[in-house]
Design a protein around this ligand. Structure first.
Ligand SMILES: Nc1ncnc2c1ncn2[C@@H]1O[C@H](COP(=O)(O)OP(=O)(O)OP(=O)(O)O)[C@@H](O)[C@H]1O
Length: 277
């Protein structure tokens, strides 16, 4: 039985044929549309277990669209349509029998703007547990998640205070704790530091490096230095304007060292050298 099968009986599930052994997520995306607009094409990417995969590329190349497709977050956009497959631990998360809420429990997400709810620090972390009708010890799980997000010592004496009263960096770590509380396998982070100052950014980067021991991480970043500092694998996306529109595609992916120092594709070379942004 797969981890996702707890959602609904997998009556019509057909086992996928091909997976990348070390991948937590193996995405083979042919096309992503928003209505008639072809936003992304030809993006096959493996998010390897216990590694950090960085998505880089110019604005509008589809980094966030692809990231949000990895846990069905784009389902919330009515015009969104994906052709292809996204496998999580060998199971197609877009299969008809799969519940997106369960997908998001296993593949959590942290957004660009820290977005704690206007409720206590404790309830912010417990939120996903309540949503998933967790039956265990809430106090224990909330403490674990806050410790894992490097926030426990700063908030342990004020768990009843509103999460919105924390600093921006603390709020982002609270959101990471909220994501961790449901014990996901993968954490997707969409520019998690772009609203933070350099010190808070560095704390989150160190946290990411620590989290990858237990979790698999994929991060969208505009900051190439950040990708170099934290990512094991880097995926460079570009934009194809040849068909009259602006369609993003995965141009090249590989070890971060290779992408930044020995890129194979001319477009990657030009982007890394700052020729376009
Ligand atoms: N909800 C939406 N409806 C329609 N089009 C969208 C939607 N979200 C994104 N797009 C379009 O899809 C394309 C890819 O956008 P996306 O945000 O994924 O790119 P990105 O590489 O993350 O960009 P940025 O680096 O500027 O955040 C863009 O042309 C964008 O305008």
């Amino acid at each position: 039985m797969s981890v996702l099968d707890i959602a609904r009986p997998a009556t019509d599930y057909v086992a996928p044929q091909k997976t990348v052994a070390a991948a937590a997520i193996d995405a083979r995306i042919s096309e992503i549309h928003y209505g008639k607009f072809l936003a992304v094409r030809d993006t096959n990417i493996a998010i390897e277990k216990n590694k950090i995969t960085g998505f880089i590329g110019p604005s509008g190349c589809g980094k966030s669209t692809v990231l949000r497709s990895l846990n069905r977050m784009n389902d919330l956009i009515p015009s969104f349509r994906l052709e292809g497959q996204v496998q999580f631990l060998g199971q197609d998360i877009y299969a008809r029998n799969i519940d997106p809420v369960v997908v998001r429990r296993h593949i959590g997400m942290v957004f660009q703007q820290p977005n704690p709810f206007s409720m206590s620090i404790f309830e912010n972390v417990a939120f996903g547990l309540r949503l998933n009708r967790y039956k265990g010890d809430y106090k224990q799980r909330v403490e674990y998640a806050l410790r894992r997000a490097g926030l426990w010592d700063e908030v342990k004496d004020k768990l009843k205070e509103n999460g919105l009263a924390l600093s921006g960096g603390q709020q982002q770590r609270l959101c990471i704790a909220r994501a961790i509380a449901t014990e996901p396998t993968v954490l997707l982070m969409d520019e998690p530091c772009s609203a933070l100052d350099p010190i808070a950014t560095r704390i989150i980067e160190e946290l990411m490096l620590d989290l990858k021991k237990d979790y698999t991480v994929a991060i969208v970043t505009h900051n190439m230095q950040q990708a170099m500092r934290v990512a094991d694998t880097t995926a460079f996306f570009s934009v194809d304007i040849s068909r009259g529109g602006r369609t993003g595609f995965l141009c090249e992916a590989g070890d971060t060292e290779q992408i930044f120092h020995d890129p194979k594709q001319d477009l990657t070379k030009r982007y890394i050298s700052g020729e376009f942004s």
